[in-house]
Design a protein. Structure first.
Length: 145
């Protein structure tokens, strides 16, 4: 990402090239999210009696309930088992998204999502990236709240 690096270093760079790079990254992100949304992920409750299937967006596609659970569990336990299975499936979806985003957001300097999050959540105000032309403005904004 040649043009992005130039902009980050405070050089003028090629603005049209920067826009093309950003559009390429947005397109790649859209493709990544589309691919994840088409995946089917399963989750099981703690007892293994209920299996939930969700898509990559976390939407429930179906439930499979063991016939013994239908007989042995009361409505409260059944509800907890169903919520547990759906929660497990959605949790797995979130983990897959996080792994995909980790690979997507790592740039040529090795910075990753964790580094970006750290900057956004507060450490940035104490130690801005060297050469960042916007750092004084962001620091002032963070101070003024």
């Amino acid at each position: 990402m040649k043009n992005t690096a130039a902009f980050n270093d405070g050089r003028e760079g090629d603005v049209a090239g920067l826009v093309r790079e950003v559009q390429g990254r947005v397109g790649a992100l859209a493709d990544l999210l589309h691919g994840l949304s088409e995946e089917v992920i399963e989750g099981t409750d703690a007892t293994g009696a209920v299996v939930a299937r969700v898509n990559g967006a976390g939407h429930l596609l179906g439930l499979s309930i063991d016939p013994r659970a239908m007989r042995d569990l009361d409505h409260v336990a059944m509800s907890a088992a169903i919520r547990g299975a759906i929660g497990a499936a959605r949790s797995e979806t979130g983990e897959r998204l996080a792994m995909a985003m980790e690979g997507f957001t790592a740039d040529s300097t090795g910075d990753s999502t964790a580094d970006i999050t750290r900057d956004i959540t507060g450490d940035f105000a104490d130690s801005p990236s060297p050469g960042d032309p916007l750092a004084p403005y962001v620091q002032a904004l963070l101070r003024e709240g």
